[in-house]
Ligand binder design. Structure first.
Ligand SMILES: [Zn+2]
Length: 678
């Protein structure tokens, strides 16, 4: 994935963007006709010392992060633009002659309107929570609590285990029930366990108590302390994010009886509440943590479990409730944890929530309004070129045996590409959305999605499905489907501009496509074969060679230190860093190949290679709040943008030549210290 993961509907803000004829000029800055913002660069900073700043320094110095955002970046401009366009769709509806499109659009419009109806929301105050809280109070047995947890995918409840239905990594023609560790209310286990986040943990305690008071829970102070102790204990036995992203370690199929033997928990009640009572086989993720979490839960007093569940219900529902809830939620979740200073305008939040619930209903209108069909063909051509460049790289690597190489090439040949928008749109006709029932709308949307997932459990895998909407500014690689998916909203300037200099398009969208393709061959993606099966298709020697190279890259990133004593986690970010490096290399190969032996023109004094790298650096220009950056460093497999630029270019020989980088400069690596994987 390029930047973000999909977020759960509740509390989530599905990042969205929208394609149009937006030119680079719509972004702040002074863009040269060839597509680079010269006014944002800081050429006085030597490229070899800090290439990120060389490309973006003036912009970094002058940019103020919007009060309702954690970050200001190229993407946030595209997202702002998109949100305004989605708002127009949601406020005016759709005049399509096609009844299905019209009906689904009307639902999205109603969802939006129900979020905008503040008078109704204030009048209801805590009422929409009453039924759920009553269930929590009444659940006096472990079995009843397990049932509440099993319902978490379609209620406001939370759970110590998260359950899902997704493609089976070892049989990707089928779906499987997946179980993983959960239960934490802070962004990562590090928030409970490390000194760096001690102040956030203290603020969390205050927030828990505040929420308990808002719902009139008994003994809020003592309950809050007990809740924090419970979650801290879960954090201690949970796997780190680094371990959880290992596909081998997290594939542990167990029968329900075997699961119950290992982890004492009311599994039958849990599964029945999730509508998965018929499941006989469960693929367990964090297999050693789950028994420990179950044991912790078993010895936690039921009153503490109830208070914990009640707090988490209020926390999840708060953005849909009256101001006293909404503000408390904002002050902790957005301000304290991420550094935002202002709550986003109500219409923006209404856009995000509607987009999360009815994304494809909005997406099909937005594609019709804003996406040029010609762009789809141009991007397809570019994908073909980048794919050819990766093929060349795989063919040329010296460390890989012919045997594994043949299989890798077969995998690349079979890789599927999805561009701009799905061929088949989701049907929302079974979803009931009402103008005066916001919380009900959110719950019914979650239930609608959950049932869609449960119902397909015994059906063949739907290969037409998209995990992102077309209006999302992002892209992803799916290892089980062996495919890259490039939503329409990502296919716009400054990443992709049919009128810009080719060097800039290769450095922008070309590197992005290369990044997604390389995910098929990163430290985890490489474990999936041409058909998407998690399997051991490499020779032992090739695995050793690959890992040795990756380890060097890991050490390079480990050395980056954004705050004193706080480093980038080279292992957590390994897959993304490998994809970044591969993406940059193959996009440059493709650019040079496109010149067909001719010299690239010099524009504004910049050579073709220089423009390629400048565009690459510009694509990642971003300024993040300190709290948000600290959060990213522990909870996001992507390195911060600064290192996604500096950490990549220093391993590319052509960058040294293009900017005359010499020994002694900060990013300089001697030839034999540069990582060469692909
Ligand atoms: Zn990625």
């Amino acid at each position: 994935m390029r930047r973000r993961d999909f977020l759960k509907l509740l509390g989530g803000a599905a990042a969205a963007g929208l394609l149009s004829s937006t030119s680079a000029r719509a972004l702040s800055g002074d863009f040269a006709p060839w597509g680079f913002d010269l006014s944002g660069a800081h050429f006085a900073t030597p490229a070899g010392d800090d290439f990120f700043r060389h490309c973006n320094g003036a912009w970094l110095d002058r940019t103020e992060i919007a009060p309702d955002r954690q970050v200001s970046s190229v993407d946030t401009v595209l997202i702002d633009n998109a949100e305004a366009q989605i708002r127009a769709i949601l406020e005016r509806g759709d005049d399509s002659v096609e009844p299905t499109v019209r009906a689904d659009a009307a639902k999205a419009h109603t969802m939006y309107a129900s979020y905008m109806d503040e008078a109704r929301i204030e009048a209801l105050d805590a009422k929409p929570l009453a039924a759920t809280l009553q269930m929590v109070r009444a659940a006096n047995t472990r079995a009843a609590q397990a049932a509440l947890m099993g319902s978490a995918s379609e209620t406001l409840c939370t759970s110590i285990f998260s359950i899902g239905v997704d493609i089976d990594a070892k049989a990707p023609g089928k779906y499987a029930v997946l179980l993983s560790q959960a239960g934490l209310g802070l962004p990562d286990r590090d928030y409970y366990l490390t000194a760096q986040f001690a102040d956030k943990k203290a603020a969390y305690l205050v927030y828990i108590e505040r929420m308990l008071r808002l719902i009139g829970w008994q003994a809020p102070q003592a309950s809050a302390a007990a809740i924090l102790r419970f979650e801290s204990a879960i954090a201690e036995v949970s796997w780190s994010l680094t371990e959880s992203r290992d596909s081998d370690k997290t594939y542990n199929p167990l029968g329900v009886a075997e699961l119950a033997r290992r982890a004492a928990f009311a599994w039958n009640d849990f599964l029945r509440a999730a509508n998965l009572q018929s499941a006989s086989r469960i693929v367990v993720g964090e297999v050693t943590a789950i028994p420990k979490i179950a044991a912790l839960y078993a010895k936690t007093p039921i009153e503490t479990v109830k208070a914990w569940q009640a707090f988490r219900v209020a926390d999840a529902a708060a953005p849909y409730l009256s101001k006293r809830f909404d503000n408390a939620h904002f002050e902790f979740r957005k301000k304290t944890l991420s550094g935002e200073t202002e709550l986003a305008a109500r219409w923006k939040r209404a856009v995000r929530i509607s987009d999360g619930a009815l994304g494809e209903a909005i997406g099909r209108i937005y594609v019709a309004r804003h996406f040029s069909p010609a762009a789809k063909g141009q991007v397809a051509d570019l994908v073909a070129e980048i794919r050819l460049a990766l093929k060349g790289r795989i063919e040329r690597v010296a460390w890989m045996s012919p045997e594994t190489k043949a299989k890798a090439l077969d995998k690349l040949a079979r890789l599927n590409t999805k561009i701009a928008y799905p061929n088949k749109w989701r049907d929302y006709s079974g979803l009931d959305i009402r103008p005066d029932d916001l919380v009900g709308n959110a719950l019914r949307s979650m239930a609608f999605e959950w049932r869609r997932r449960v119902n397909r459990l015994n059906a063949p895998v739907d290969r037409d499905e998209w995990d992102m909407t077309p209006q999302t500014v992002n892209a992803y690689y799916s290892p089980t489907l062996n495919e890259i998916v490039l939503p329409a909203a990502q296919l716009q300037a400054p990443y992709f501009d049919p009128d810009a200099d080719p060097a800039v398009n290769y450095g922008g969208i070309g590197a992005l496509i290369g990044h997604e393709l390389t995910h098929g061959f990163d430290d985890d993606g490489r474990k999936y074969d041409a058909l998407g099966v998690l399997s051991d298709w490499w020779t032992e020697e090739d695995v050793k060679e690959f890992n040795a190279r990756a380890a060097v890259l890991g050490r390079q990133y480990d050395a980056f230190e954004p705050f004193p004593g706080v480093h980038v986690n080279g292992e957590l970010t390994m897959g993304e860093n490998i994809a970044d490096l591969g993406g940059g290399l193959i996009a440059l190969d493709a650019y040079r190949h496109s010149l067909a032996g001719k010299a690239a023109p010099v524009l504004d004094g910049f050579t073709g290679d220089q423009r390629f790298f400048l565009a690459y650096g510009q694509g990642y220009r971003a300024k993040r709040r300190e709290d948000a950056l600290r959060q990213q460093l522990v909870s996001d497999p992507h390195s911060p943008e600064e290192y996604r630029v500096n950490g990549v270019v220093r391993n590319i020989d052509a960058w040294y030549e293009a900017f005359n980088v010499k020994a002694g400069e900060k990013l300089y690596l001697p030839n034999d210290a540069r990582v060469r994987i692909w």
